[in-house]
Design a protein around this ligand. Structure first.
Ligand SMILES: [Zn+2]
Length: 294
């Protein structure tokens, strides 16, 4: 009798858990859909989020967006005019995010963070401070090599992260960077359908390849030309150390770092440039590897 009673209690508990989780999941997906699909509606009904729905200086509209999306090629650099470069930091948020933000703020520079969806669950507090200085891009949910996945999983990796950032920030996410620089036509098609531009780089700090801070500084210095998009990773101590030299160096080169939306708004690459891929960035060498550490 005791065993039967225990079994019955267990069964009831299991059913309860099942019902609750299902309900929770349904509620969550509905509210996420409402937030990303109807920002105005969201604003009216969720006043606690209204403060961070104002577009920040680092996230301006991109007048050339429709053209860039239509050309449908990865972006390696800006138009190489003017005085702007774009520092980009992949693989956060993490324990070093606040150090990057502090250095950017100290030297009045902007940047772009390509965040990993899963990490945002562990470091949820960084999105808001990031948005004050930077734009946020989609770097997938769990940082897998996308080309090894079926289309449905690629779609999930991009969509879940985009929605998560949008739900938490109230801003549209229109930038995507594939982990390890691994993409194919399926990845490109899915990013395109989600109306995200694929952002690569023409200068690799090589921090994810084990470069120390001296080498990182040398790699970045060699690529300090207008329009450069510079690949860095915020989860390397050597990168943080290198920033102390790199940020003041920008001024001496009469350059400043902007976010990717700021770069694409003020100095977008031409269509001809985009069609040439990395070669469209001029004299800069293309990263020597196809399988990098993005
Ligand atoms: Zn990465």
């Amino acid at each position: 009798v005791l065993a039967a009673a225990l079994l019955l209690t267990g069964a009831i508990a299991a059913v309860l858990v099942l019902v609750l989780t299902k309900d929770g999941a349904r509620h969550q997906s509905r509210s996420l859909a409402a937030r990303s699909g109807h920002p105005r509606h969201h604003r009216r009904h969720h006043h606690q989020h209204s403060n961070n729905e104002r577009p920040s200086a680092a996230n301006p509209p991109i007048p050339a967006f429709a053209r860039l999306l239509r050309v449908d090629r990865p972006i390696y650099c800006g138009g190489n005019r003017g005085h702007a470069i774009a520092l980009t930091f992949d693989d956060g948020p993490g324990p070093y995010t606040h150090l990057v933000l502090r250095k950017l703020a100290k030297y009045h520079q902007h940047a772009t963070f390509f965040d990993v969806g899963r990490s945002m669950n562990y470091f949820p507090g960084y999105l808001r401070p990031e948005l004050r200085l930077a734009a946020i891009g989609d770097h997938t949910y769990s940082h897998p090599p996308l080309t090894a996945l079926p289309a449905a999983q690629i779609s999930y990796q991009l969509r879940a992260t985009k929605r998560q950032i949008e739900a938490r920030s109230g801003q549209h996410v229109n930038l995507f960077r594939p982990p390890y620089e691994l993409y194919n036509s399926t990845v490109e098609r899915i990013a395109h359908r989600l109306r995200m531009l694929t952002i690569l780089w023409n200068v690799d700090s090589q921090d994810s390849l084990g470069a120390n801070y001296v080498q990182i500084i040398a790699n970045v210095s060699a690529g300090l030309h207008a329009g450069a998009i510079i690949l860095m990773h915020e989860n390397h101590g050597q990168t943080i150390r290198a920033l102390t030299t790199i940020l003041p160096l920008l001024k001496r080169h009469h350059l400043h770092s902007v976010s990717i939306p700021q770069l694409l708004a003020s100095d977008p690459p031409s269509t001809a440039q985009l069609r040439r891929g990395g070669l469209g960035c001029g004299t800069r060498k293309i990263s020597g590897r196809r399988r990098g550490g993005a």
